[in-house]
Design a protein around this ligand. Structure first.
Ligand SMILES: [Zn+2]
Length: 421
């Protein structure tokens, strides 16, 4: 059904906005309901502003199951001693409810698209579909060498893609290469060829820690970016998470190939991995979006705090208060991040995909309201989001998501059944 948003603030002006077929169809000072071709759901938005929703370009949604565990460890110890032993015990049921619960938090902070990498593809795809948000989902391929494993990888990729195609188009499949240090050249070649054949995004972790970056250089004579490039993987469908230790040459190589980075400032700060050089990325024209990473290294799915952290980090890193102004990081979290999904979303304009939020202008962080974008980045919290809309569908209204209590209860139950022993 069409959706008519009435009396909303749009770019400083009162407007009515009609959404038809999942896209913005009309934006006018006043739309007379009698002029509508089809029946519409009416949504009164007096006292609210309409803004694009956020796209989260690196996440492991179901890691909310592990939130609060392994605090204070560096990446390799955190993975080896805490995360991987628990993940080995997680069932499809855990991941289904974990993903759904993670999606609740994202909807509440105005995120409507997520690039997610995790295990148990069928259960995760189903949970993302049921949540109502968009996903580009990939399995974090980590495989030991061996012909049978490689055959299994080929079968899995084909099966998972078919499964994703059985859902509406907001559920997409990408190809995951967990990282260079957890895969072999054979695994990566299969992933590269499959992504190329089916025109899919390739998602991986790249130069996240100094150890990882330097070990790759010592072992192969190439940086991770150079090695991916040598293997024919670095292209405009490549989206690497973190990129903290990219050298100047790496960055130039990524720019040349049209490859992109998911900047995850909170995760990098919690694990003390280092600082992604956002100022150099902007200067050199490197494509990048903003990601929360999983809830066990953030520990929240909240683009408001991610924007604020990214901006403050860029300022202190460069000791330049003009670095990464509010409007720049806001664009990164919306339009630029949606672009990495190859989605025509991230602005409120006729013809664009109708992913948006309505923010309550009475929220304390948005008062007195001298500069809405500055307030959103530095003062607001997710509580300012009243309504979240994905593809023209209202997922949250008046901060209420249908079925939320049942999901929270089921999530608590699967965790109570035990994940740590
Ligand atoms: Zn990650």
């Amino acid at each position: 059904m069409d959706l008519l948003i009435q009396n909303v603030l749009h770019e400083g002006q009162q407007a009515d906005i009609l959404i038809h077929g999942g896209r913005f169809a009309r934006i006018e000072p006043k739309i007379d309901p009698l002029t509508l071709d089809q029946p519409a759901q009416f949504l009164e938005a007096d006292g609210m502003a309409i803004l694009p929703s956020f796209a989260n370009v690196h996440c492991h949604a179901a890691m909310v199951l592990l939130r609060g565990l392994g605090e204070g460890l560096p990446l390799q110890a955190w993975l080896n001693d805490v995360i991987w032993p628990i993940e080995a015990r997680l069932t499809g049921d855990h991941l289904y409810w974990g993903t759904l619960f993670g999606c609740l938090e994202m909807i509440r902070s105005g995120i409507t698209a997520v690039l997610d990498m995790y295990w148990q593809t069928p259960q995760c795809l189903r949970a993302f579909y049921e949540s109502g948000i968009r996903v580009n989902f990939c399995h974090p391929n980590i495989l030991p060498p061996g012909k049978e494993h490689l055959e299994q990888l080929r079968r899995d990729l084909a099966e998972h893609l078919e499964l994703a195609k059985s859902y509406p188009s907001r559920v997409e499949y990408g190809v995951g290469i967990h990282a260079l240090y957890t895969t072999t050249p054979e695994v990566r070649a299969i992933c590269r060829d499959f992504a190329e054949t089916h025109d899919l995004l390739i998602h991986t972790h790249i130069s996240e820690t100094r150890d990882e970056h330097e070990k790759c250089l010592a072992d192969t004579g190439k940086t991770p970016a150079e090695l991916f490039d040598t293997e024919g993987i670095l292209n405009e469908r490549f989206l690497g998470a973190h990129g903290v230790w990219l050298s100047d040459t790496d960055r130039a190589l990524l720019v040349e190939r049209g490859a992109a980075i998911a900047h995850c400032p909170s995760s990098n700060m919690i694990l003390a991995s280092g600082v992604f050089n956002q100022n150099a990325a902007r200067r050199d024209g490197l494509r990048f979006g903003l990601g929360t990473d999983g809830a066990s290294t953030n520990n929240r799915y909240d683009m408001f705090s991610e924007m604020r952290t990214a901006s403050l980090l860029a300022k202190v890193h460069s000791q330049d208060p003009t670095a990464c102004p509010a409007h720049a990081i806001y664009r990164t979290a919306t339009l630029d991040s949606f672009n990495l999904f190859r989605l025509d979303a991230g602005t409120i304009a006729v013809g664009k995909i109708a992913d948006c939020i309505l923010v309550n202008l009475d929220h304390s962080g948005l008062v007195p309201g001298h500069n809405l974008i500055s307030d959103l980045v530095y003062a607001a919290t997710p509580e300012c989001v009243d309504t979240t809309i994905c593809n023209g569908n209202v997922l949250m209204r008046n901060r209420t998501i249908p079925g939320e209590d049942e999901i929270r209860q089921a999530f608590r139950q699967v965790v109570a059944q035990g994940i740590t022993s």
